[in-house]
Design a protein around this ligand. Structure first.
Ligand code: PHE
Length: 450
């Protein structure tokens, strides 16, 4: 291996790892219902536009900073600073990212634990252990802590193996399984009665709904958070890209795969909801919109699987396997952020850093589970609604205003000597300086107002 701190060994490995980070619970339970409730294909169009015109440039900021420094967020931001003062601000932003992503992992681990529990429940039904199957889907403290702990352990076990043998190897195995499972589910759901009604809702564009400014802002938020921006994860994955990698194309692949999977998940979730409606399951909330989020995943879809007999158990097994994989390839990217910092800046061994930090985050998750009603929603809002956009803004500002333009050009040239002649260099530096920060501020202001 070229670098003692670890590197991705191929383009495929990097794209699977970074797309694995991006594709998570958000894509599968968030995007489809948001699209279906907000203008169908019209929302999709707005989402695509925003993903490529805004989220992609912000992703590039993190990748370029990371690759330049080949170091964790704190060191990376210091390395592109112009003096001691901006360096200190850089350290602070880096540390804030580490704290934020650790808190994200603390709630993500809880939700992912539920996915594993539902997966095990389907297995228990198959072998006829019905009381166990019921216990596994009941919301008990013991179940919640146990499965969160199991998920955290899996995450830690992968990260303990390092960048190449852990992150790259497991992402390259799990992502293709995820994609195949997803397409199998699409194929099957489409054969069921009621699926076509769902397809219409998903695909018929209603432009009136999609041009509402409120909606554009929420589509932008979805695109942004779905790409794991503003948490330092893409920065750290960028730091493991070898110098000969062509960054703009790599970022494009990651954005493309993330969008493709979100859109494909829509072909499962929305038709499945209308199959459920066809089978007598309630799919609309009190306000008339499609049920979304955790109620969709843990109530509506299981109710649908129940109406499907034996096939339902298999579909349920596949679906929760899919969710568990999606969660795992995201959670490993989260844990790598504090771990890389602790290894590089505090001389811990990887194994020691992984288990110490993994255990501490699991303790925080337990604390959240103890005070679930008070803390769960609070931690989600504080991290995803406030901290992520604000930190995303900071990375862009560092790229656009602090780092010398020549430094950026030099970095990009390493993998692509003719970068100056291309469209990317003509647009991106200007874009990241003015347009992206302005839009993030807009989202941020909007989420503060709501
Ligand atoms: N992008 C992931 C998802 O859609 C979540 C995530 C956020 C992952 C921040 C890493 C960092 O679920």
């Amino acid at each position: 291996m070229a670098s003692p701190r670890g590197e991705f060994s191929s383009r495929f490995g990097f794209v699977m790892a970074a797309a694995g980070s991006a594709v998570g619970l958000g894509n599968i339970w968030g995007f489809p219902t948001q699209a279906a409730s907000n203008g169908g294909a019209a929302f999709l169009l707005v989402y695509l536009l925003l993903a490529f015109l805004l989220a992609y440039p912000a992703l590039m900021a993190e990748l370029i900073i990371g690759r330049h420094a080949h170091a964790n967020g704190v060191t990376a931001l210091r390395s592109i600073s112009r003096g001691p003062q901006t360096a200190n601000v850089g350290s602070l932003i880096g540390l804030a990212g580490i704290f934020t992503v650790s808190m994200i992992l603390s709630f993500y681990g809880i939700v992912a634990g539920w996915m594993i529990a539902h997966f095990c429940s389907s297995l228990a039904s198959i072998v006829g252990l019905d009381p166990l199957a019921t216990w596994l889907v009941d919301f008990s403290f013991i179940r919640n802590v146990g499965f969160m702990g199991l998920f955290m352990f899996l995450t830690a076990a992968i990260i303990a193996e390092g960048v190449h043998d852990g992150i790259e190897r497991w992402s390259s195995r799990l992502m293709p399984i995820l994609i195949v499972t997803l397409f199998l589910l699409v194929g099957y759901v489409m054969t069921l009665d009621g699926a076509m009604a769902g397809l219409k809702v998903y695909l018929l564009p209603d432009f009136g709904a999609a041009v509402k400014p409120q909606l554009i802002v929420s589509a932008l938020g979805a695109a942004f958070f779905s790409l794991s921006l503003g948490a330092g994860t893409m920065l750290i994955y960028g730091s493991y890209i070898p110098d000969e990698g062509k960054l703009p194309a790599l970022g494009g692949w990651v954005t493309g795969v993330d969008i493709m999977i979100a859109v494909t998940a829509g072909f499962v979730v929305i038709p499945a909801m209308y199959v459920a409606l066809n089978n007598g399951v309630e799919i609309f909330g009190a306000d008339g919109s499609l049920i979304s989020g955790d109620t969709l995943i843990f109530t509506v879809l299981p109710a649908l699987f129940d109406t499907m007999g034996t096939a339902g158990v298999v579909v349920s097994l596949l679906f929760f396997a899919l969710m568990t994989i999606a969660a795992l390839t995201s959670s490993i990217s989260m844990l790598e952020v504090p771990v890389s910092y602790t290894i590089e800046n505090h001389s811990y061994s990887r194994r020691r850093a992984v288990y110490l930090i993994g255990f501490s985050i699991a303790l925080v998750s337990t604390l959240i589970l103890f005070n679930f009603d008070a803390l769960f929603g609070l931690v989600i809002a504080a991290t995803t609604r406030y901290a992520q956009p604000l930190l995303g803004l900071m990375y862009c500002l560092f790229c656009g205003w602090v780092w010398h333009r020549n430094g950026i050009l030099e970095e990009l040239r390493k993998g692509q000597p003719d970068i100056e002649q291309g469209l990317f260099w003509a647009v991106w530096p200007w874009y990241i300086r003015y347009v992206v920060p302005a839009i993030i501020l807009l989202i941020f202001a909007n989420s503060l107002l709501n």
